[in-house]
Design a protein around this ligand. Structure first.
Ligand SMILES: [Ca+2]
Length: 311
């Protein structure tokens, strides 16, 4: 069943018209280092009617979403999404897909960077179209340096997922478990509380092979495309951002800087975005924030960004 969320949750403001010198969302080019497709994400001055993107969630938005969906068990996840605040972002390039196992293998071959643990690499190495996972934050940053890219900021990531319309999910405001590689997709039903997620999770073998089998080749969910052309912004693997995690950052003055980023260490954790194959709808929301010890290697992957000027 599809959760129908009131349309008033997101604004219905249209994307501003752009001229030929200002490429539209979805303009693509290749990164010559790893062959990855990058999409152009127009800056807020071009794409947003008032020149700003509203990041985070308002209390009213959370109240209406949660009432419509019954996700009561996870309401506390939204505390760090407040206060909602407007940000100004310059345009940037973002990988259309998560970095694949095949691209990561090229990175390892080119740099001699330390390989993943043997049992993980055996399960992964021939699955070249799957998203690379089991990467720590330093691994992700090293990949980006090799690819002449960077990890996106948390603000860039959320803007690429939600866009000028401030969508709840990359594709729109209504949850549909068939549009991303998430727990509900694997369970074949909407998992609306913690008990339902646990019942499904208990069926998943805790082996590297089982985790790999639950991944999907990048771009498999074409109808889950975001406003700017990126795929798998919800689910498959979590995506590291450049920021240190600070649960109070949205309330700080730096959060309102142009191109904001939490550059100073406020905790032991770095930011992750977008959910993964083992998470529910609330984690696949574009506004959802997650954080983890940057040394951990779990269902975490990479989506690089490039801030060079646009085409
Ligand atoms: Ca993802």
């Amino acid at each position: 069943m599809m959760h129908v969320i009131p349309a008033s949750v997101g604004s219905s403001l249209p994307v501003a018209a752009v001229g030929p010198s200002r490429p539209s969302p979805g303009h693509e080019r290749l990164n010559p280092v790893d062959g990855a497709v990058m999409v152009w994400v127009p800056g807020t001055a071009e794409a947003c009617p008032n020149g700003r993107f509203r990041m985070g969630s308002t209390q009213d938005e959370i109240d209406r979403v949660w009432e419509a969906t019954g996700w009561a068990d996870w309401r506390d996840r939204t505390t760090v999404e407040q206060p909602a605040h407007e940000v100004e972002l310059d345009g940037f390039w973002l990988y259309k897909h998560e970095v694949t196992v095949g691209q990561y293998a090229r990175f390892l071959a080119a740099t001699g960077y330390v390989r993943p643990a043997a049992e993980l690499w055996v399960a992964l190495k021939d699955r070249v179209d799957l998203p690379m996972l089991f990467v720590a934050w330093d691994d992700a940053a090293a990949y980006c340096r090799w690819a002449e890219a960077v990890l996106p900021t948390e603000a860039q990531w959320e803007y690429a997922s939600r866009g000028p319309e401030e969508r709840l999910f990359p594709w729109g405001n209504d949850w549909d478990r068939t549009l991303s590689n998430c727990a509900d997709y694997h369970a074949g039903q909407d998992l609306s509380d913690a008990a339902a997620v646990k019942a499904w999770w208990d069926t998943v073998p805790q082996t590297a092979e089982a985790w790999v089998e639950h991944l999907r080749p990048v771009g498999s969910f074409a109808e889950g495309v975001s406003w700017c052309g990126t795929l798998d912004m919800a689910g498959n693997v979590w995506e590291w951002c450049g920021d240190w995690f600070d649960g109070a950052f949205y309330g700080r003055s730096e959060a309102r800087d142009r191109n904001p980023e939490c550059r100073t260490r406020q905790s032991h954790d770095r930011v992750l975005r977008g959910g993964s194959w083992m998470f529910d709808a609330t984690r696949c929301r574009g506004a959802n924030r997650n954080w983890y010890n940057p040394d951990e290697r779990l269902d975490f992957g990479i989506r690089p960004a490039v801030s060079r000027p646009g085409p």
